[in-house]
Design a protein around this ligand. Structure first.
Ligand code: ARG
Length: 462
């Protein structure tokens, strides 16, 4: 099956590609998402070529205006993408040629698709860092609203998913604020590092034309041009860093989603998810399933998968560009889309979920959750070494367990059977409210501390 050879690079070829070759080689089906960035990069390049006297001003003007026409055709859905033109770069250039004729052929002076794709993709990923940052900001704000409403609501804190100590709802919400804020700083960090322009690295070695890479870097909002042309065309760290930050962020969302799944179950009833974010069952009429939370819990699979996939693609590649690297885009697009979807869904759920204050409170008292408070009391009031206090408390927990009651339900005589020095005032520390109020150490769960942290975050977010 022969076709005419490629109109862009087909000079030395006598026949066109086999259909399967075209199918495996073409990236236009997915890299058309880079159209705007591609055109932005080309417009900056053309302006620079003219400023440097490499092409004429009138050619540059024709190119720059023609590119705007191409962009509006693409954005208006009036553009016909062609597989035989392989990718977005050649689709745009071919259309430009059809529109403006000969000057279009001068655009690719001192440039290669290798630096072109590196520029386009960096611009896309850079923009995505900003989009994700905005979404994280929205989710953090939603969590702060929840935290503020329930700054002093008592709930069980868990280790090993076993009741550990009472904590506050606000404190729990703020834990996710901390995680998501670290995510923001990871994206911001990656963005800073990726903000260098590879344009002008050309195929791999730089160019003999008197280009001005600082000019194109500035025009595209980059901090500076990249310093090594080989690295410029072979580097995909920016995409990997984006995927790494996305993976950690998706992992955080997955953990929160898992908590929402548990919390909304009949056994827990810590939160009621709104109808908007739940689905029913086709057979069990009573069901209200937390599908959105479950899907968010699962999304880490494809997002971290993309990270692993691209890392594996890049591993062992010799410098500089190899076609392997074309496999970068679908991974990043898919991860970015699904991270954004997860963030939006999570924000919607957090905004509309209703914490069940009474159930949280009841549940906080289960499982001898104030045993540590009792041990601390023995240390503070009776001067026992903590290890001994731990032992005495353990005996009292066993006693209560045997009686089928809770620690505050034991009598003073019961208490004294474990240690004669125990007095009535021990009962003051066995309530869950007292317990959380006493955790005043910096970063602790006491409502006072939680409110301080909420105020701090509000100030940071402005
Ligand atoms: N479609 C290619 C990619 O996504 C663009 C760069 C192609 N360069 C080349 N020399 N074939 O990586």
């Amino acid at each position: 099956m022969t076709k005419t050879s490629n109109q862009m690079w087909g000079g030395r070829f006598s026949a066109g590609p086999d259909a399967i070759m075209e199918a495996i080689n073409a990236s236009i089906d997915f890299d058309q998402r880079l159209a705007r960035q591609d055109i932005e990069g080309s417009r900056a390049h053309a302006a620079m070529l003219a400023a440097q006297g490499i092409i004429t001003d009138s050619d540059a003007t024709a190119i720059r205006e023609g590119l705007l026409t191409v962009l509006s055709e693409i954005e208006g859905g009036k553009f016909e993408f062609s597989k035989s033109l392989e990718d977005i770069h050649m689709n745009v250039e071919a259309r430009l040629k059809a529109l403006i004729g000969e000057p279009a052929g001068r655009l690719h002076t001192a440039r290669s698709r290798n630096d072109q794709v590196a520029v386009d993709f960096r611009l896309w990923v850079r923009e995505q860092c900003d989009v994700v940052d905005q979404a994280l900001d929205g989710l953090i704000r939603a969590l702060l609203v929840q935290a503020e409403a329930g700054a002093d609501w008592v709930m069980p804190g868990f280790t090993h998913l076993q009741v550990a100590q009472p904590v506050t709802w606000g404190h729990h919400m703020l834990a996710y604020v901390e995680m998501l804020a670290r995510d923001r700083s990871r994206f911001a960090d990656a963005r800073k590092r990726m903000n260098e322009s590879p344009l002008g690295a050309a195929a791999l070695a730089g160019t003999g034309f008197p280009i001005d890479r600082h000019m194109t870097a500035a025009a595209l909002g980059f901090d500076r041009p990249t310093a090594n042309s080989l690295d410029s065309t072979s580097d995909r760290d920016f995409a990997l860093e984006f995927l790494a930050a996305s993976s950690i962020c998706a992992m955080h969302l997955s953990r929160f989603a898992e908590e929402l799944v548990i919390w909304s179950s009949a056994q827990f009833r810590f939160v009621m998810m709104s109808d908007q974010w739940s689905t029913g069952s086709s057979i069990m009429p009573q069901k209200k399933n937390p599908d959105a939370a479950e899907l968010i819990r699962a999304k880490i699979g494809r997002i971290f998968g993309a990270n692993v996939a691209l890392m594996t693609v890049m591993k062992g590649l010799p410098l500089t560009y190899s076609k392997d690297m074309q496999e970068d885009k679908e991974q990043v697009f898919d991860a970015a889309d699904n991270l954004m979807l997860s963030l939006a869904a999570m924000t919607g759920m957090v905004e509309t979920m209703t914490p069940q204050r009474e159930n949280l409170r009841k549940s906080a008292a289960l499982g001898f959750s104030t045993a540590t408070d009792l041990a601390d009391w023995l240390v503070r009031e009776l001067g026992l070494p903590f290890r001994e206090a731990h032992h005495v408390t353990g005996a009292l927990v066993a006693l209560a367990e045997g009686k089928g009651c809770d620690l505050p339900d034991l009598s003073l005589a019961d208490m004294q059977s474990a240690h004669a020095g125990i007095t009535q005032s021990v009962f003051d520390v066995l309530g869950v409210e007292n317990s959380v109020a006493s955790r005043l150490s910096y970063g602790g769960t006491a409502p006072t501390r939680v409110r301080e942290q909420i105020a701090r975050w509000k100030e940071i977010l402005g």
